[in-house]
Design a protein around this ligand. Sequence first.
Ligand code: ADP
Ligand code: ADP
Length: 237
Amino acid sequence: EAKFKLRDVSVYYGDTAAIKKVSLDVARNEVISFIGPSGCGKSTFLRTLNRMNDSIDGCRVEGQLTLDGDDIYSDSRDVVELRARVGMVFQKPNPFPKSIYDNVAYGPRIHGLANRKSELDDIVERSLRGAGLWEEVKDRLDSPATGFSGGQQQRLCIARAIAVSPEVVLMDEPCSALDPIATAKVEELISELSESYTIVIVTHSMQQAARVSDRTAYFHLGHLVEVDETNQVFTSP
Ligand code: ADP
Ligand code: ADP
């Protein structure tokens, strides 16, 4: 069964529809990219998947959205739990003004995933390894995250997201604020993470979509106009 099943999803800001009747299935452990011009609704659609839109005044979601068959927008849905299952990484690296350790330990602490300090240490190490950051920071776990490079901070944000063992990681232009070398590292990381997670990425780069994703979904003016297997992108006329 699909990870996400979306049917006739529309998203409104006030009276204006930013997303219009989008239907899409996202498969388990798929990497799918959302691409399209600025303002076409990619970020809005991404945020709809873990209800990050809930906090936006006047934002309203219509249609059917399920995660593993369960309604994402049901009244009984625990949104905090949903956001642990469907984690998010933003365009601008946004580590908390805390140590490397405390950034990664934040989610596991909130969700009570470790009973002992040694268990929390293990989760922190595993998450930092998963984000390809362990060797770079293992001797500086108590240093403030803000002292690290942008690329390291973004991989830290990925470590923070995976520390709570999510099923899905949403990424909104995760490389737009990074230099080419840091971008290449994050793209490589995305390919590795795809073994374990379903990944949905918003990008404005066709090349990036082709490099990292299995499928690419094209948005235009709030409509989903086309979904291609990524290897067909450059062969279609
Ligand atoms: P992006 O294209 O990367 O999504 P934008 O510059 O369009 O970034 O938007 C940045 C922030 O401003 C987002 O949080 C978005 O929700 C908000 N925003 C965008 N358009 C509007 C708008 N018309 N009214 C209010 N907020 C908006
Ligand atoms: P993209 O990510 O493709 O740049 P967005 O999802 O950010 O597109 O925006 C889609 C449309 O919704 C745009 O017209 C934008 O101005 C509008 N929009 C985005 N966020 C808000 C918001 N918080 N309030 C009102 N309008 C918004």
